[in-house]
Design a protein around this ligand. Structure first.
Ligand SMILES: Nc1nc2c(c(=O)[nH]1)N=C([C@H](O)[C@H](O)COP(=O)(O)OP(=O)(O)OP(=O)(O)O)CN2
Length: 164
């Protein structure tokens, strides 16, 4: 627990495909009697909403955990890169062909990652990125990434945190 927590919200549009989705198996499959369609295996898109939370037990000379402006700039380039991209796992069997099509026609930009891009995995991705930024800035002692929340749809979100 930290005394102060601030948060900033970012929005980006991106496509993805949950290539590992298999609704006949996995945790919770016992709740489903009829075999449904693995609809998230399809290429589809989301208007993602990303909430990042930073915390500290002390305030800076400006009486802040961190200026929202600086927090925004820490993620600005990454958000620009992922916005209007197609997030694709490099282990996804369709990756080589999708990459070739993207390069040949230039019709879409791909954002390759090394994990199946679920909301959970993407939340950890943004968390790790921000933690690394704080580390590079020598701020990790004073400022913690409390949590990252990623809304994939209006009704579905994932949270990631290493704070206890
Ligand atoms: N634990 C997770 N489950 C699912 C993820 C995920 O990232 N983590 N992702 C998906 C799909 O990407 C899908 O687009 C979102 O799923 P869902 O909430 O089921 O989407 P709906 O539009 O059907 O939501 P409703 O509000 O219930 O209509 C699937 N599962």
């Amino acid at each position: 627990m930290v005394k102060w927590v601030i948060s900033k919200t970012f929005r980006f549009e991106a496509g993805h495909r949950v290539w590992k989705q298999n609704l006949t198996m996995g945790r919770g499959s016992v709740f489903t009697k009829e075999i449904p369609q693995n609809k998230c295996i399809n290429l589809h898109g989301h208007s993602y909403v990303l909430e990042v939370y930073l915390g500290s037990d002390t305030l800076s000379q400006q009486e802040m955990v961190m200026d929202f402006y600086h927090l925004k700039n820490a993620l600005k380039d990454l958000i620009e890169e992922i916005d209007h991209s197609f997030i694709i796992d490099v282990h996804d069997p369709i990756y080589p062909e999708l990459k070739a099509v993207a390069e040949k026609y230039g019709a879409f930009k791909i954002f390759p990652v090394e994990f199946c891009p679920t909301a959970e995995a993407l939340a950890k991705f943004f968390y790790d990125f921000l933690k690394e930024k704080l580390k590079e800035a020598g701020l990790l002692e004073e400022v913690k990434v409390v949590k990252v929340v990623l809304w994939e749809t209006a009704t579905s979100k994932a949270e990631y945190s290493e704070c206890t």
